[in-house]
Write a protein that binds this ligand. Structure first.
Ligand code: HXC
Length: 260
């Protein structure tokens, strides 16, 4: 899929930052299969591009995304949805190696909230709201919501959100550690870019291994996770960036990272 052919997203580069804007305004950025295919294509292209260090996924002021596209799903049966297995695409977002920041304003509901939680850091506008309303349409979260939300906000809050379908405000999301910062609506993208710029200065190889190790907590026991983290830590001692970073510290100067 060529960039020019994207119909549901906008893609741009701002220095070391790759930005994808979800762009189906008429349906509050409902995450159709086609949109998800485009999103994954764009993220994977950024992942391959050495000039990109950090990615941002954002939507509009009114909606980050109001969920998977209900119109596309309504007539599915268990067998048809399983055979198509279109939601497997979502796993590819999880496999992106560079850091992804979600810049969220307005609705982040259902699959929208799940997509946000698949990102690595979330910055929110004051108008953002996060929720898993699937219960209201007779289903449950299907792209990681029961797992990720529970780990982030704890069992009881996750149960309340998933069983009632009620969203939480940006402030509540901050309180529960779902978002790292809440800013006025006109600033959320800028805030995400500032954070991305800060992260983009770090060693790309260290960023990749750090992200990989943090994510290991999701699919490993604590002892496996600790071992994995230590292995990645040791591995970095064969990078030029480790030598340069530590040397620069001792020499009281800023490091120049090469990514090797
Ligand atoms: C398809 C959607 C949509 C969705 C909104 N729209 N959400 N279309 N899929 N998820 C469409 C509406 O049908 C409407 O189209 C237009 O967007 C504007 O929405 P309104 O409802 O008119 O806006 P508003 O009254 O402001 O209400 C906003 C809202 C509401 C509270 C966000 O739209 C809503 O409840 N949406 C559904 C949220 C939801 O249930 N999400 C979970 C989906 S399931 P028209 O043509 O009428 O203008 C899911 C499962 C994930 O995500 C599983 C694994 C991936």
């Amino acid at each position: 899929m060529k960039e020019a052919n994207y119909k549901n997203i906008l893609v741009e580069q701002d220095g070391p930052i790759g930005i994808v804007t979800l762009n189906r305004p008429k349906v509050l950025n409902a995450l159709s299969h086609e949109l998800m295919d485009e999103l994954v294509t764009a993220l994977e292209a950024f992942d391959q591009d050495d000039s990109i260090r950090v990615m941002i996924i954002t939507g509009s002021e009114r909606a980050f995304a109001a969920g998977a596209d209900i119109g596309e799903m309504s007539d599915e049966t268990t067998i048809s949805i399983m055979l198509k297995d279109r939601f497997a695409t979502w796993d590819k977002v999880r496999r992106v190696k560079k850091p992804i920041i979600a810049a969220v304003s307005g609705y982040a509901l259902g699959g929208g909230c799940e997509l946000v939680m698949t990102c690595d850091i979330i910055v929110a506008s004051e108008s953002a709201q996060f929720g898993q309303p699937e219960i209201n349409i007779g289903v449950i979260p299907g792209a990681g919501g029961t797992q990720r939300l529970t780990r982030i906000v704890g069992k009881h809050k996750a149960m309340e959100m998933i069983l009632t379908g009620r969203p939480i405000t940006a402030q509540e999301a901050y309180h529960y550690g779902l978002v790292v910062k809440v800013v006025p609506v006109e600033l959320y993208l800028e805030e995400a870019k500032n954070l991305a710029q800060e992260i983009a200065k770090k060693s790309p190889v260290a960023l990749k291994l750090a992200k990989e190790a943090v994510l290991k907590t999701y699919d490993a026991s604590i002892s496996e996770g600790l071992e994995f983290e230590r292995k990645n830590f040791y591995m970095l001692f064969s990078s030029e960036d480790q030598k340069e970073g530590m040397k620069a510290f001792l020499e009281k100067r800023q490091p120049t990272f090469s990514g090797r």
